[in-house]
Design a protein around this ligand. Structure first.
Ligand code: PHE
Length: 455
């Protein structure tokens, strides 16, 4: 048997797990969703989703990992021997591999923007849409950036749990939070700050529709890295005295704070230039924002330089702590299941994700017209199939597994650290009831909505 690593400190656990959750989902996707779904009203619904659904589901995932101290597929096999539940573990690994493949493309773009900001190339761009499109549709450059990103992820993973994931998260996450605070202060001093803040804080309840509620649920899911095994894998490295519920609450709190803070960076900036719209969609961060940095700071180029550089470095760091967690899930499985050393196990995942990521990069350029998957290319298809199928279905199965299949005694032992934490019995019962009924129904609704069956 190989010696199993573990996280050494509680703060390391929180920062590494929050690192998985905090990513492009918070700084890129959250503002896009908030912008297109009406601002403050969307945020209120989102907060309800992460608090009501996110904390219990994250705790449920932690229970599976910490109970078994093993990779996701073996964990299901140990908890329900001879039953097909382990297939969810394989579906989770397939899902993170596909997500990592397209996510590393966007992560590569953030690296390109950070480099271009550092080299002052960014501040000289006059047509930011053309700049983005030329770059993303070229053959080699995007591919090189995403491969570099995956190689950096590989090098961290290869160092193991404590020396790799934990020690990097302990450095990267505080830097990320400091950069965010500097950027929020900068954004709030921009000319359009007041309108931006109102957009985020003054809800227009008329904007809440069924669609907005379900988009908020979907965003909560993606942002918290829920239900596909990343969090179980991290929890398999938790020590037995870690309070699972409290850790989930801290991680959800950090993830949500980062999402809201990024709203406070982006919307004050967006409302600072005439003609920029909060519902610019996915181009918000790569087309609208660079344009704003150049325009708002045209009289103070040094400030524009610092702002743009810090913002894209922030995106790079956030993406990196997430790609690490996706990579680790499969690395842990290969390492333990096939008894190969971590370097080899990590190399397998790195090679697979490089190949798939190259295909995703090319789907913006030379393979643009290659759309064999229901009219979609690789990038869009991977995004679609993971977010709309595998994640919600795995989420429902996770709730049903912990709610119905695990014995109540196992759940209570994990919640209370075998009786050493004083958690009242009614809290445990409520938790199980929630996983049995409320969460699967809520996720079922997102699923049906995303498939477009009603509307
Ligand atoms: N939660 C990450 C983000 O917000 C993305 C992610 C999804 C990471 C699934 C791991 C697993 O960017």
């Amino acid at each position: 048997m190989t010696e199993r690593g573990s996280f050494a400190s509680k703060i390391g656990i929180i920062l590494a797990t929050a690192g998985s959750a905090v990513g492009l989902g918070n700084i890129w996707r959250f503002p896009v969703e908030t912008g297109t779904n009406g601002g403050a009203a969307f945020i209120i619904i989102y907060l309800a989703c992460v608090l009501i659904l996110g904390i219990p589901m994250m705790t449920a995932e932690f229970i599976i990992g910490r109970r078994t101290h093993t990779n996701i597929a073996t964990a299901y096999k140990q908890l329900a021997p001879g039953e097909p539940w382990f297939l969810t573990g394989y579906a989770g690994m397939l899902c993170v591999t596909l997500i990592l493949s397209y996510y590393s493309v966007v992560a590569g773009w953030t690296l390109k923007y950070a480099m271009s900001s550092a080299l002052t190339e960014m501040s000289a761009v006059s047509d930011t849409a053309a700049f983005f499109n030329d770059f993303a549709s070229s053959t080699w450059a995007p591919m090189c950036y995403s491969v570099v990103f995956l190689v950096i992820t590989h090098l961290i993973i290869e160092r193991g749990i404590e020396r790799g994931i934990e020690s990097f998260s302990k450095v990267l996450m505080p830097i990320l939070l400091v950069i965010m605070i500097v950027l929020v202060a900068g954004a709030l001093s921009m000319p359009g700050a007041k309108t931006g803040v109102e957009f985020l804080l003054k809800p227009d309840f008329g904007k809440i529709t069924g669609d907005v509620v379900l988009s908020a649920l979907g965003q909560a899911f993606f942002s918290l890295s829920l239900a596909i095994g990343c969090l179980s894998t991290y929890a398999s490295y938790f020590k037995n005295d870690v309070n699972l519920g409290q850790t989930a609450a801290s991680v959800v709190g950090l993830d949500t704070s980062v999402a809201i803070l990024s709203g406070f960076i982006i919307f004050p900036a967006v409302f600072s230039v005439a003609g920029a719209s909060p519902d610019a969609g996915p181009g918000l961060v790569f087309i609208t924002l660079p344009n704003i940095f150049n325009n708002v700071f045209s009289g103070m180029p040094a400030l524009g330089y610092v702002f743009s550089l810090l913002f894209y470095v922030l995106l790079v760091l956030a993406a990196l702590t997430s790609t690490i967690s996706m990579h680790e899930e499969v690395t842990a499985f290969v390492h333990e299941r096939y008894q190969v050393n971590r370097l080899r196990a990590a190399s397998v995942m790195t090679v697979i994700s490089i190949v798939l990521s190259v295909l995703c990069c090319l789907s913006f350029g030379p393979l643009k017209d290659f759309t064999p998957f229901f009219g979609m290319g690789f990038f869009d298809f991977f995004n679609y199939v993971t977010a709309k199928f595998i994640m919600p279905i795995s989420g429902i199965i996770l709730c049903l597994f912990v709610g119905w299949r695990l014995k109540r005694q196992v759940v209570v032992e994990e919640l209370t650290n075998r009786g050493s934490l004083h958690i009242p019995a009614w809290v445990c019962s409520l938790f199980i009831f929630f996983l049995r009924w409320m969460a699967p129904i809520a996720i079922g609704l997102i699923f049906v909505n995303e498939l477009g069956i009603w509307k």
